[in-house]
Write a protein that binds this ligand. Sequence first.
Ligand SMILES: [Fe+2]
Length: 236
Amino acid sequence: MHASMPFHSNPRPRPLLIGIIVACLPGLAVAQFSLAPLPYPADALEPHIDKTTMEIHHGRHHNAYVNNLNAQIMTNPELANLSLEAIQGRISQFNTAVRNNGGGHYNHDLFWQVMAPVGQRGAPGAALAADITQTFGSLDDLKKRFDQAAITRFGSGWAWLIVTPEKKLAITSTPNQDNPLMDLPDVQRGTPILGLDVWEHAYYLKYQNKRGEYATNWWNVVNWNEVTRRYDAAMK
Ligand SMILES: [Fe+2]
């Protein structure tokens, strides 16, 4: 063998290099959760929710929740074996970072899906519509009570329409990035079928401090087809 080719003089795998690669494999697994693209263009909810807010909300805020949740897999490896929904249901077993960022990822995934561009929003399906009338009196009454929950949530949080374990519709709200799937003592538990983000990052550019106006206008972009799909699934 030529003395000037030491690197190629030994074709056998080098144990040290292999060891380094293997040691890095758990780190490679941190990308367990990913940010899905918005299901419509960022300007599709104009004029009720502006394009810039949507771009920042999805591309920066939601993206940060995903990245921060993935970073938690290093110290909470069991996260890698759980679905996003399953994590919510046992959130009391995890630290605050998992609670905030796991909740943030789940909540925003739902939020993008329960809104839709004009022409794709539909109306409550027959069973959901009948349940709304029976539970709240009318769709307008539901909206009033839901908006009241959104407006009175102090600080940052979410308003929710849920199906309870007893298969009843209910309106509730949660602080921060908590949600009704979480096994926490102060949470009214149920399956979320509609959620409104009332963090200031969701509305401040267009509405400033007028959370009530944002909540009222938001009904214009609700994707009732998706809410109905979630209702039907939760009632099974
Ligand atoms: Fe948000």
